[in-house]
Design a protein around this ligand. Sequence first.
Ligand code: CA2
Length: 145
Amino acid sequence: MAATVFVLNGPNLNLLGTREPDIYGADTLDDIAGMLEDRARELDLEIDLRQSNHEGHLVDWLHEAQAVGARAVLLNAAAFTHTSVALLDAIKAIRTPVIEVHLSNPHTREGFRHKSFVGMAAHGTIAGFGPTSYLLALEAAARLA
Ligand code: CA2
């Protein structure tokens, strides 16, 4: 059976492709899901992509990733990246590797985006490549032991 990679997306990413295309691009989350599923098939992986505007859902899904034995989690926690000690603790609480993903490069943006609670515990971070960030993160997940 193919290993599963969770792709967890935080607040407002349900609106992707509808606003601020200069920063986040024109692709929707469904477009990104399709792109990931195509590549996952080639890598013999399965994608379980979810989005929530609620911090606790993301915490629960990180726990679930470990419980079901997911290969890795790709996590774009959106604004919670910069605020959430709960996500930091959840990532530390599981053994499943978490790869932090961002469409934009937060380090070239406002100062409040330079701190990442997710990055403090993530296996690694890929940021700044638009939807390709997710694809690169999937490639990295496929190469994890
Ligand atoms: O670049 C990223 O992927 C971010 O995680 C996106 C977050 C932002 O708070 C992070 O600093 C960097 C914002 C996601 C908001 O998504 C929208 C989508 C469409 C229209 C407006 C916002």
